[in-house]
Write a protein that binds this ligand. Structure first.
Ligand SMILES: [Mg+2]
Length: 124
């Protein structure tokens, strides 16, 4: 099973994403902020893709992406930013930090699934 890391401070959003991916035989690891995500990533080096929120307490999504990209091991790890922040500025900041894709909430489940599959295929 392909492991993906779902990072969001909203338990509801995490639950929705898990419900999207589970039937498609993805194994979802959940994290509630950037710190938690880095910890989960260290514990699960076989995580193949990250979906992260932007606004979170303790460590936000931009800082998280910066931290992930600093590790040469995760230079090519696909990262999707999934956020309610639709501004061009935020998109630019996310891409500059190293995000591969930027999706605005609410994004339909089938779109998120399709994007994840595309990124994973490009990665292999
Ligand atoms: Mg949030």
């Amino acid at each position: 099973m392909v492991k993906i890391l779902i990072v969001d401070d909203s338990a509801t959003v995490r639950k929705l994403l898990v419900h999207t991916f589970k039937p498609k035989r993805y194994q979802c690891i959940e994290a509630c902020d950037g710190f938690d995500a880095l910890e989960k990533l260290a514990l699960n080096p076989d995580i193949r893709l990250v979906i992260s929120d932007l606004n979170m307490p303790n460590m936000d999504g931009i800082e998280l992406i910066g931290n992930i990209r600093q590790n040469p091991q995760y230079r090519d790890l696909p990262i999707i930013m999934l956020t309610t922040e639709a501004s061009i500025d935020n998109r630019k900041i996310a891409f500059d930090a190293g995000a591969n894709l930027y999706l605005v909430k609410p994004s339909p489940a089938h779109i998120i699934l399709y994007k994840v599959q595309s990124l994973l295929e490009a990665d292999t």
